[in-house]
Ligand binder design. Structure first.
Ligand SMILES: *[C@@H]1O[C@H](CO)[C@@H](O)[C@H](O)[C@H]1NC(C)=O
Length: 455
C-alpha cells in the first residue's frame, strides 16, 4: 500500500494532467480556440459577431454542451465566429475572471459596435441547443446591407466610386445571414445592397430574370457581372475576391470544416481550390478518391493556349496599368539571347496551364500576360520595382487601382505547384503586398478621366 499522502498526490496528478494539457475541443474542431492573449485580435476587434464559451475541461455541463456547440460552429461557419476559451489554463484564468465568468460553461455573445474594439458583450441565457445558439448569433450579425429601391439604387451606385458594388436581387424582404456576413467580409472594400424583385426598373436594368441573383458592378467602366455559381459562402467569397479585397479574417479557419456537415461525401479538394494543394494532411480521414474522380473535369486533350503577350508599353498600360486596372499577373521575360532559359519556359507554361485550367472550369481568374523584354514598359517596371537582373524571368502581380504589387520570389522554383500556390494566395487576398511606386499608373489615362468627371 502506498502511504495515503503519495496516493493523493498521484491521484491529483492523474486528474490534473490531461485536463491542463488539452481542452475539450481538438484541433480539428470547428470551434475556434482562443486565449486571453488573442481574444482581442480574434474576437473583440473583429467585424464579425462571435459567441464565446468559457469552460473548464472537467465540467460535466461543458462536456455535454460540446456536440451542440460544435454543430452550431459548423452551421455558423462563414457567418460568425464560434469560439471557446479554456479557463482552466493558467494563462487564461485572469482573463476569464476579468470577463466576470463565475460558472462553467458561460456563453457570451460579442457583437461589434460602431466603435472598433469596443463590442457589446452579452451573456447568452438561451437554450443550449445548436439551433437556439445559431438563432441568437445570426440575429446579431451586423447589417451593413443597403436595402435599395428603384428610387435610390442609382444614387447608391454612384457613392464611393472607388468601391465595387454587390447587389443581391431577391424575392425576400428580410436580409439573410449570408448576405449580411458577406457585407462584413467586404466592409470598407465593397458595398453591398439588396434589391427586391418588385423593384422592376432595377430588375430590368440589370436584366435579372431569376431570383435570387447576385451581381457585381466593378469600379470603372467594367460591365456588371452576374455570379453564376452556387449561393454559398465560400464560392461567393472567392468570386467577389476578384473585385475587392476581403477583410483579413473573412475566409476564416473554419472554411474547411463546414463542408463536412452538409456534404461529407462530396467534400472534395476541387471545391476548395484555394487551399494549399495537398500540403494539409489534416483532412485525409475520408478516402475521397472516388469523389475526386467525379469532380475533376474529364481530361479533354485541348492544347493549352500560350499566354497572351503584351508587346508594347501602350498595351501594357491599357491592360494593367490604367488607373482602374484590376489585378494582373505578369511574367517579365528575360533579355532574349538565342533561347529563353528553362526557368522562363517553366514559368510561362505553368502560368498558361493555370490560366487554362481556370478558363476550362469557368472560374474567374485575373488576366495573366507575358511581357517580352523588347517591350520598353517591361524595363520601366523592372526599374521601378527593383527587379534589375535582366537575365532573369520575374513573375509579379499588380493591381493599379488598389496600388499594390507582389513579387513571386522563387529561387528558380517555377514549378506548377509553387506558382499555383502563389496565384491562389493572390486570389484569396492573402499575403504581403507592397505599395506600387508612384508614376507607374497611366498618367495619360488620369488626365482623360479628369475631363470625364467635369462633363
Ligand atoms: C473591419 O472593417 C474595417 C472597415 O470598416 C476594415 O478596415 C478592417 O480591416 C476590418 N477589420 C477586420 C479585423 O477585419
Amino acid at each position: 500500500m502506498l502511504p495515503p499522502s503519495s496516493f493523493l498526490l498521484a491521484a491529483s496528478l492523474l486528474a490534473a494532467l490531461p485536463v491542463n494539457a488539452d481542452g475539450i475541443y481538438t484541433k480539428k474542431s470547428p470551434v475556434l480556440q482562443v486565449t486571453g492573449k488573442n481574444y482581442n485580435s480574434l474576437i473583440a476587434d473583429s467585424n464579425y459577431t462571435s459567441i464565446v464559451e468559457f469552460y473548464a475541461p472537467w465540467c460535466g455541463h461543458c462536456q455535454s454542451l460540446k456536440p451542440a456547440y460544435e454543430k452550431a460552429a459548423q452551421n455558423l461557419n462563414g457567418l460568425a465566429k464560434v469560439a471557446a476559451i479554456n479557463c482552466d489554463e493558467d494563462e487564461n484564468k485572469p482573463f476569464c475572471g476579468q470577463m466576470g465568468v463565475q460558472g462553467f460553461p458561460t456563453l457570451k455573445i460579442v457583437t461589434p459596435s460602431k466603435k472598433p474594439g469596443k463590442p457589446r458583450v452579452e451573456d447568452y441565457q438561451g437554450a443550449r441547443t445548436a439551433k437556439a445558439i445559431v438563432d441568437a448569433v445570426v440575429e446579431r450579425i451586423p447589417n451593413h446591407v443597403k436595402r435599395a429601391t428603384d428610387k435610390d439604387l442609382d444614387n447608391w451606385l454612384n457613392q464611393n466610386e472607388e468601391r465595387p458594388k454587390v447587389i443581391l436581387f431577391t424575392e425576400k424582404g428580410t436580409t439573410s445571414a449570408l448576405i449580411r456576413a458577406m457585407a462584413v467580409d467586404f466592409l470598407g472594400a465593397a458595398d453591398v445592397a439588396q434589391v427586391r424583385n418588385k423593384e422592376s426598373t432595377s430588375v430590368k436594368k440589370f436584366g435579372i430574370t431569376q431570383f435570387p441573383a447576385l451581381v457585381v458592378v466593378p469600379t470603372g467602366d467594367a460591365e456588371p457581372q452576374l455570379y453564376e455559381g452556387e449561393l454559398k459562402k465560400q464560392p461567393i467569397l472567392e468570386f467577389l475576391s476578384e473585385f475587392a479585397m476581403p477583410n483579413p479574417d473573412a475566409s476564416g479557419k473554419a472554411a474547411s470544416s463546414t463542408d463536412s456537415k452538409a456534404k461529407t461525401k462530396t467534400k472534395s479538394k476541387a471545391s476548395k481550390p484555394a487551399s494549399k494543394p495537398s500540403s494539409t494532411p489534416d483532412d485525409d480521414s475520408t478516402p475521397d478518391s472516388n469523389d475526386e474522380a467525379e469532380v475533376k473535369p474529364a481530361p479533354v486533350p485541348i492544347p493549352v493556349p500560350p499566354l497572351p503577350t503584351l508587346a508594347t508599353p501602350d498595351s501594357l498600360e491599357t491592360s494593367c496599368l490604367a488607373p482602374k486596372s484590376g489585378t494582373c499577373v505578369l511574367a517579365l521575360l528575360p533579355e532574349q539571347g538565342d533561347a529563353l532559359p528553362a526557368s522562363a519556359i517553366d514559368a510561362l507554361s505553368n502560368l498558361a496551364n493555370i490560366a487554362h485550367k481556370h478558363a476550362q472550369r469557368g472560374t474567374h481568374l485575373f488576366p495573366v500576360y507575358a511581357i517580352p523584354d523588347i517591350n520598353s514598359g517591361s524595363q520601366t517596371l523592372r526599374t521601378a520595382l527593383g527587379l534589375e537582373d535582366k537575365q532573369k524571368v520575374e513573375v509579379i502581380a499588380l493591381n493599379a487601382r488598389r496600388g499594390w504589387w507582389r513579387h513571386y520570389v522563387a529561387e528558380d522554383d517555377f514549378s506548377a505547384i509553387a506558382i499555383e500556390r502563389w496565384v491562389d494566395t493572390i486570389r484569396l487576398g492573402e499575403g504581403e503586398k507592397e505599395k506600387l511606386p508612384e508614376g507607374l499608373v497611366g498618367e495619360a489615362e488620369k488626365a482623360k478621366e479628369a475631363e470625364h468627371d467635369e462633363l
